[in-house]
Ligand binder design. Structure first.
Ligand SMILES: [Ca+2]
Length: 139
């Protein structure tokens, strides 16, 4: 299957459409809005594991990816780096995780690397922590 064929399948997001639109869930699956959103848990299954790193790695290099979270939740879960410690992004945290010093938020290979480190059991701050409810868009 070529990339062009994969893009044409339902539920597969073409890389050119980033940030991921919420309407493109995998066939047979629904976009999830978990009660607890964790940094690094891009497939919203409640844990940070190697599949999160694989999925986000594919996203970062522009491969089509399945979508499990709405665009706003994905932007938070996929972007734990820079960690901007202390704090996990509560409302009184001036520079939350994932926000660059210039105010932008970029999902890149550093996010993938930190998620992969956590997935293999290495200590990594922020990844796996709960995204404060105050950072999430209200339902
Ligand atoms: Ca996960």
């Amino acid at each position: 299957m070529t990339t062009a064929e994969a893009v044409a399948e339902p539920g597969v997001v073409p890389p050119s459409s980033r940030p991921i639109p919420a309407a493109r869930a995998p066939a047979g699956a629904a976009i999830r809005r978990p009660d607890v959103l964790r940094y690094g848990d891009v497939d919203a299954n409640g844990r940070v594991d190697v599949m999160d790193a694989v999925r986000l790695g594919n996203y970062v290099v522009g491969n089509p990816v399945d979508v499990f979270l709405g665009a706003e939740d994905f932007a938070l879960a996929a972007n734990p780096h820079p960690f901007n410690l202390p704090g996990a992004g509560a409302s009184d945290d001036a520079l939350p995780p994932g926000r660059e010093a210039d105010g932008s938020g970029r999902v890149n290979v550093l996010d993938v690397a930190m998620i992969a480190r956590r997935a293999v059991g290495l200590p990594v701050p922020i990844v796996g922590d709960t995204v404060p409810a105050s950072r999430r868009v209200a339902p």
